[in-house]
Design a protein around this ligand. Structure first.
Ligand code: UP5
Ligand code: MG
Length: 199
């Protein structure tokens, strides 16, 4: 059958900026599927028989970015499965990817021409708020990286590797920035304004 070309919104922002929270709200109102690269990696890590589970686990704890071959194959598989189930579901929120130059090159190599990146939704949140939110969640979450030590590394990786990717998209007029420091509903109001216009 003739499948629609996937339409992708990359969702970026610091650790704890609210990417996952806002993506959950977006899919309730708009015909998008939420794919969190971090969630897919955590699932793969937990999967029995996974060949790269250990590697993924150590990268996540160290706040480092997993080699793109792993991430992109998980993303591709999830996109294909979604579209096979329902061909009308060809719009995707790809949350937490691409995070560095390696991710971007891997995406371009595999997906260029096979998917359209509509824009980058960027949740702009201060480092202090990001740390606070993750530590708060860390009190009762199973994430291995919501402790101070891992968080410092995640923040550093975000600033050194991910910000430059956002800046590259910015130069191409592709970034839609949302102030992510206010409460969940206020942030979502700004998100809605963007999706009503061009989602
Ligand atoms: N919260 C949310 N919004 C709030 C608001 N407006 N006001 C107050 N509180 C708010 O939210 C985080 C917490 O804050 C929650 O408790 C929430 O209730 C509260 P969430 O929506 O989960 O934020 P999010 O931005 O999704 O935070 P997350 O921790 O998931 O971000 P990261 O980017 O750090 O995590 P991710 O899962 O994307 O990646 C984890 C690791 O996986 C990476 O460090 C890396 O090692 C690896 N990874 C790769 O290697 N490659 C990839 O492509 C992706 C991940
Ligand atoms: Mg998340």
């Amino acid at each position: 059958s003739l499948m629609m070309k996937p339409q992708v919104v990359f969702v970026l922002g610091g650790p704890g900026a609210g990417k996952g929270t806002q993506c959950s709200k977006i899919v309730q109102e708009y015909a998008y599927t939420h794919l969190s690269a971090g969630d897919l990696l955590r699932e793969e890590k937990a999967r029995e028989g996974s060949e790269c589970g250990q590697l993924i686990g150590s990268y996540i704890k160290e706040g480092k970015i997993v080699p793109v071959e792993i991430t992109i194959s998980l993303l591709q598989k999830a996109m294909e499965e979604t579209m096979e189930k329902d061909e009308k579901m060809f719009r995707f929120l790809i949350d937490g990817f691409p995070r560095n130059e390696n991710n971007l090159q891997g995406w371009n190599k595999v997906m260029d021409g096979n998917a359209d990146v509509k824009f980058v939704l960027f949740f702009d949140c201060s480092t202090e708020d990001c740390i606070q939110r993750c530590l708060e969640r860390g009190k009762n979450s199973e994430r291995t990286d919501d402790n101070r030590e891992s968080l410092e590394k995640r923040i550093q990786t975000y600033q050194q590797s991910t910000r430059p990717i956002i800046e590259q998209y910015e130069q191409h007029g592709k970034v839609r920035t949302v102030d992510a420091s206010c409460n969940v509903d206020e942030v979502f109001a700004s998100v809605k304004a963007i999706f009503d216009k061009e989602g």
